[in-house]
Design a protein around this ligand. Structure first.
Ligand SMILES: Cc1cc2nc3c(=O)[nH]c(=O)nc-3n(C[C@H](O)[C@H](O)[C@H](O)COP(=O)(O)OP(=O)(O)OC[C@H]3O[C@@H](n4cnc5c(N)ncnc54)[C@H](O)[C@@H]3O)c2cc1C
Length: 380
């Protein structure tokens, strides 16, 4: 199956079918992940070296956008899976690189779900800084860390985890490791009962004296920060923005359908006959189209390593996150009291849209980093 046909085969109807229930019960969307697995999409972005279907940033964001439009929680889980996978690719020396290559082959085959465990209780949203510190243990390390939010906690097959590099006390001198979710010393601390993305199982996870063999280090010694900036950040920005664009697109579709069908019987007209209602939806659509255009432009820049990639990466996630907050707010207002009811799905999209803004790097931090880049200052 070609990459293009895989993109067209995103099982959006299956994923959308359980989205409301997943949100209501704050439960992991097991059926949706199984549907992505069956469609051969867990390996998208992995090339044939690992047995994957291929696809670069543009193809991957197209899939994430479709998935998130159907169920934002599933979009978030898929995002973290793709970002962990691409970070692993960046720190793996090809198909002969032992367990890391084995895991990439398992991902390509659809047999493995990965996620990212960066954020720590001590450094909060500053994911590039780690307060935990790995301890050298022979050729390997032992990691103890309090991770504050881990999407797919207790459901993923492996965690791509960050920790301070052994022997350094600098919070940005870090290493990344691939940890098997069944390794002794890992405890998922409770479920997730959040405002939005309620099915993404984003829980605190305690890693207590987890022993990590040397072949599970991703990249070279003390290369964590570099991998975060060169691999994790661009892929996370792209997929997070695609999630925001997907949510906003679904909200505009739901609002348009509602205002077209909702009738004032005494006037013989619909909500869509009110110019102010139409204007709200039009303004929302303009913002959505702008962010969507930026998404695909930055994806192309990242794919080609173009000159605009760095500024695009710093701008995109904030632009898309704030757009989705604006769009879902406009959609709620256009639909009035009906939008407060769960049946339109808009109140869910309104809640889901808010997560991207506070996910690291947050909108505030990205505005600061972009401002620094534009004024010639060091970013960190
Ligand atoms: C649904 C969800 C899923 C998540 N999944 C994962 C995951 O899979 N893996 C993972 O590692 N993490 C994950 N996170 C964590 C996320 O990336 C952030 O680390 C977390 O949301 C930060 O929350 P906090 O309360 O610690 O924010 P804080 O750091 O306390 O920030 C509070 C406020 O201060 C602002 N602020 C902080 N620093 C600055 C600054 N330097 N300049 C300007 N403003 C600043 C922030 O913008 C924010 O508005 C997830 C979060 C959510 C909400």
């Amino acid at each position: 199956m070609t990459v293009d046909s895989r993109i067209r085969s995103v099982p959006t109807d299956q994923i959308a079918a359980t989205a409301a229930e997943v949100d209501r019960e704050a439960r992991f969307p097991t059926e949706s992940i199984a549907a992505l697995r069956a469609a051969g999409l867990l390996g998208i972005g992995l090339d044939e070296t690992y047995g994957g279907p291929g696809g670069g940033p543009t193809e991957v964001v197209a899939v994430v956008e479709s998935v998130a439009g159907a169920c934002a929680s599933t979009g978030m889980i898929f995002t973290m899976h793709v970002v962990a996978t691409q970070t692993l690719v960046a720190g793996t020396d090809g198909p002969a690189d032992g367990v890391k290559a084995d895991v990439l082959r398992a991902i390509a085959a659809g047999d493995h779900l990965a996620t990212l465990a960066y954020s720590e209780r001590g450094s909060r949203s500053h994911f590039w800084a780690q307060v935990s510190r790995a301890i050298a243990d022979g050729d390997g390390v032992i990691v103890s860390a309090d991770k504050s939010w881990v999407t797919s906690a207790g459901h993923a097959d492996s965690y791509v985890i960050a920790s301070g590099a052994p022997g350094s006390d600098d919070p940005t001198t870090t290493e990344l490791y691939l940890i098997d979710a069944r390794a002794p010393g890992i405890e998922v601390l409770g479920g997730f009962d959040g405002l939005g993305m309620r099915g993404n199982a984003s829980s605190p996870v305690a890693f207590r004296g987890v022993s990590i063999a040397p072949e599970r280090r991703i990249g070279g010694a003390a290369t964590g920060f570099g991998l975060m900036m060169s691999a994790t950040l661009p892929w996370f920005v792209l997929c997070s923005a695609a999630t925001s664009v997907g949510i906003a697109g679904a909200a505009i579709a739901a609002a348009s359908a509602h205002v077209t069908g909702a009738r004032f019987e005494h006037l013989g007209s619909s909500l869509a006959d009110i110019p102010g209602v139409r204007a709200r939806i039009a303004e929302a659509k303009i913002r959505h189209m702008q962010a969507r255009a930026l998404l695909y432009e930055v994806a192309a820049e990242v794919a080609s390593g173009g000159a605009g990639a760095q500024l695009g990466v710093l701008a995109l996630k904030a632009a898309a996150a704030e757009m989705a907050i604006y769009v879902t707010d406009q959609a709620m207002r256009a639909c009035g009291g009906a939008a407060f009811s769960r049946h339109l799905g808009l109140e869910r999209q309104f809640r889901d849209a808010r997560a991207a803004s506070v996910m690291a790097p947050t909108t505030d931090v990205l505005h600061d980093l972009l401002g620094k880049a534009l004024t010639g200052q060091d970013l960190f």
